[in-house]
Design a protein around this ligand. Structure first.
Ligand SMILES: Nc1ncnc2c1ncn2[C@@H]1O[C@H](COP(=O)(O)OP(=O)(O)O)[C@@H](O)[C@H]1O
Ligand SMILES: [Mg+2]
Length: 286
């Protein structure tokens, strides 16, 4: 790998309130994230996902170890602005991220603060709104939009800063299924067409399954890391840390438990259906 866009080295963190000894929330996290990749981070509540996310653009600084953004140590105060320009963050609640009364003003807010010239801002705002499919809503009031639309406006606001990487912390958690699908499609397009590195924190298996790489966290540690197909095959390990697996994997796993010889790695509905079809055909011909 060339220089990774994000790297954590033996990252350790505790929320130290200065009084009682506080528990370790991140416990030796070593991750290298390749520029242009789409990485999903999965883990049950309290496993440290949000804490990790906040280390990726210096909202939090390590208690031990290092975090590098495009080679810049997040503990280096002189680099803070450039780190924040490199990694954009999107959070769970779109209402907390919208600051203006008109969609396009909202998207312009961050680049304005960065001192981008106004013609350039105009161009970036239009481009960002088109990228998330919200251009026709540019003159609308954000508070009248659906959750999915608001979240896409929030993503446009981040895109307008032209970051190399976007970290999204459960961006679909508060959305209905339609909003979730809109947001996920937007994220995937951004990664595929604009080559923006995406780190998507989620507790939805189906979203995680669409990433290039899946990192699973439990109790502040990375317990699995690989392409989703491989990671989801580790059914027992995932269940042991309180996670479920996609329905397709679950079905094949149950069949295997019952002694049927099927592969576990048919993750998409189509692959799973084909696997079952082949199984039934084989059964008939013997
Ligand atoms: N601001 C905070 N102060 C103290 N403890 C916190 C704070 N935020 C999170 N924690 C604790 O850190 C652990 C990890 O939390 P978090 O990173 O939010 O996990 P996740 O996003 O995976 O649910 C939890 O035990 C949580 O209670
Ligand atoms: Mg969280």
């Amino acid at each position: 790998m060339e220089q990774p866009i994000l790297e954590t080295k033996a990252l350790r963190f505790c929320y130290d309130d200065g009084e009682e000894p506080s528990p370790v929330v991140l416990d030796g996290v070593d991750l290298q994230i390749e520029e242009g990749s789409f990485v999903a981070v999965l883990g049950h509540n309290g496993s440290g996902k949000s804490t990790l996310a906040k280390h990726l653009n210096a909202i939090l600084l390590p208690s031990g170890g290092q975090v590098y953004v495009a080679g810049m140590d997040t503990a280096d105060e002189d680099k803070l602005l450039e780190i924040r320009r490199t990694v954009g963050m999107v959070f769970q609640n779109p209402d907390n991220q919208i600051v203006a009364n008109v969609v396009e003003e909202d998207v312009a807010f961050a680049p304005e603060n960065l001192g981008v010239p106004s013609e350039e801002i105009r161009r970036r705002v239009d481009e960002a709104l088109k990228a998330v499919g919200m251009y026709e809503y540019r003159e609308h009031a954000p508070h009248l939009l659906s959750g999915g639309q608001k979240q896409r406006v929030a993503i446009a606001g981040v895109i307008a800063m032209q970051p190399r990487c976007i970290v999204l912390d459960e961006p679909t958690a508060m959305l209905d299924p339609i909003g979730r699908a809109e947001v996920l499609k937007t994220i995937k397009t951004l990664n595929r067409t604009s080559k923006v590195t995406v780190v998507l924190i989620t507790h939805h298996m189906d979203e995680a399954a669409q990433a290039d790489r899946l990192v699973v966290m439990s109790k502040g540690k990375v317990i699995a890391d690989g392409v989703p197909k491989e990671v989801f095959c580790q059914v027992e390990e995932l269940k042991a840390v309180g996670l479920t697996v996609p329905e397709t994997t679950e079905l094949l796993w149950e069949l295997r438990q019952a002694g049927v010889d099927v592969p576990l790695d048919a993750l998409s509905d189509e692959e799973c259906a084909r696997t079952l079809y082949n199984l039934l055909r084989k059964g008939r011909s013997t």
